[in-house]
Design a protein around this ligand. Structure first.
Ligand code: DSN
Length: 412
């Protein structure tokens, strides 16, 4: 990482960046929504493209001087369309929340009904949480998961028939089972609703062929680019051709100004990387590693919401330990493992305290962790939780996790 100029201009920021690099290199990253981009993606995000205004879309801009920008953005669009099998892609949304907002703006009016997964059951803020625009301006009806941590499709159907939503959202930020997009589309068709599949968490798995694709089922597909897809931070909204203009207008001028073309170049590179055979292998390894982690945790006596995972993530259910997600996420940080506290279905604790910890395998798989390493990670987690008050055990575990990090170096 070349910080030569930052060091000269702003040594404080240079120091914080260097320390953050060291943190990423020396800790085990299990936050399910994070990953490590390639150096090529990072290079693109730090280029002269950050200087350019390009409101509008390729070949239809409100500013001059967009010849190269147009080529970059068009390439990113084409690659997204091809990778996910969708007719149209708008690669300008700054984030996943805005990728979703574009769909709301394109097809809904304030007060319209949306059927989506409840946040505390694994949904997402921008799918209708009362503290988000989506829950403030729309009438939101929620579905959850059953005791096995799975979506009850018959319950979704009944809610759809009773409430006649204009938009149904599938896709989650904490759901460990395969999503049946075909069933969701059948429900949407039965009640005349649009179907939005938010694939933010599983985009890399879909690109790598280890999760079914929503193409052909969802009218709209949104994603972030920085989770399993391993690109820069940002969003993409995709749709059938007939909705392309509505989506483009919703993104600009509806809710954003100038697109971040340096990030769009990073998205283009990540999409190219995700179309390579090596990415298929990466996606397969994510799922293998997640399963090895889950099995290791179960073997060490821990509970997981819904048992064995089918994708890249899982939620540890701490209820029987009498400990909270908040405290145990801090204990894990003490032993060199980064994760986030998360509610479990019907959580007796508040969302700030929680009874769960969400764990994901995408980032560690990027640095080469294999199934044996994941079983060791499971041992470290379970031992830390059982011995959360024993400083000498925690100290040893921190050394164990550092040894794993050294075995699988990052950005060297
Ligand atoms: N906050 C992200 C996650 O962690 O899943 C989703 O936007």
């Amino acid at each position: 990482m070349n910080l030569e100029n930052i060091k000269k201009v702003d040594p404080a920021i240079a120091e914080y960046i260097e320390k953050e690099l060291e943190r990423q290199q020396t800790t085990i990253e299990l936050i399910a929504s994070e990953n490590f981009t390639s150096k090529a993606v990072m290079e693109a995000c730090g280029t002269v493209l950050t200087n350019k205004y390009a409101e509008g879309k390729p070949n239809k801009r409100y500013y001059n001087g967009c010849e190269q920008i147009d080529k970059i953005e068009a390439l990113a669009q084409e690659r997204a369309q091809k990778l996910f099998g969708m007719a149209h892609a708008n690669v300008q949304p700054h984030s996943g929340a805005q990728a979703n907002m574009a769909v709301f703006m394109a097809v809904l009016k304030p007060g319209d009904t949306v059927l989506s997964m409840d946040l505390s059951n694994g949904g997402h803020l921008s799918h209708g949480s009362p503290v988000n625009f989506s829950g403030m301006y729309f009438n939101v009806v929620s579905y959850g998961v059953d005791d096995n941590g799975s979506i009850d499709y018959e319950n979704v159907r009944q809610l759809a028939v009773q409430n006649k939503p204009k938009l149904i959202i599938c896709g989650a930020s904490n759901y460990s089972k395969v999503i049946d997009f075909k069933k969701f589309r059948e429900i949407a068709d039965e009640v005349g609703a649009y179907l939005l599949a938010d694939i933010a968490h599983i985009a890399g798995l879909i690109a790598g062929g280890v999760h079914p694709s929503p193409a052909g089922y969802a009218h709209f597909v949104t994603t972030t680019t920085h989770k399993t897809l391993r690109g820069p931070r940002g969003g993409i909204t995709m749709c059938d051709e007939e909705y392309a203009q509505m989506i483009d207008k919703a993104v600009f001028p509806g809710m954003q100004g100038g697109p971040l073309e340096h990030i769009i170049a990073g998205k283009a590179i990540a999409l190219l990387e995700a179309s390579q055979p090596s990415f298929k292998e990466y996606a397969q390894n994510i799922v293998k590693n997640a399963k090895a982690l889950a099995q290791g945790l179960l073997d060490n006596g821990m509970d997981i919401v819904g048992g064995m995972t089918e994708n890249h993530l899982m939620t540890l259910d701490l209820r029987k330990t009498g400990k909270t997600g908040k405290d145990m996420a801090n204990v894990l940080e003490e032993v060199g493992i980064t994760a986030n506290k998360n509610t479990v279905p019907n959580d007796p604790q508040s969302p700030f305290v929680t009874s769960g910890i969400r764990l994901g395998a995408a980032a560690v798989t990027t640095r080469g962790f294999d199934e044996a390493a994941m079983r060791e990670v499971a041992r470290i987690i379970a031992t830390a939780i059982k011995n959360s008050d024993n400083e000498s055990v925690l100290k040893q575990l921190k050394e164990d996790s550092l040894a794993l990090c050294k075995k699988f170096p990052l950005y060297e």
